[in-house]
Design a protein around this ligand. Structure first.
Ligand SMILES: [Zn+2]
Length: 63
């Protein structure tokens, strides 16, 4: 996953890297995205799915 500094295409200032997670039918989906603190522009960075199978946890990076 890239964690580089990203600038807003509208404002040209550095964007914040944020994460949000939600549970969808037993799967946890964590979304990382950049957000511009000035205009709120969002840029998807990465999506990680966490799936529990019996005793193990399966991680998959969707993007
Ligand atoms: Zn902006």
């Amino acid at each position: 996953m890239r964690m580089n500094k990203v600038t807003c295409p509208r404002c040209g200032i550095y964007m914040d890297l944020l994460a949000e997670s939600e549970s969808v039918s037993g799967e946890k989906v964590i979304r990382y995205f950049y957000r511009c603190p000035a205009c709120g522009y969002r840029l998807s960075a990465s999506v990680i799915k966490v799936k529990k199978e019996d005793d193990s946890v399966v991680l998959s990076i969707a993007k």
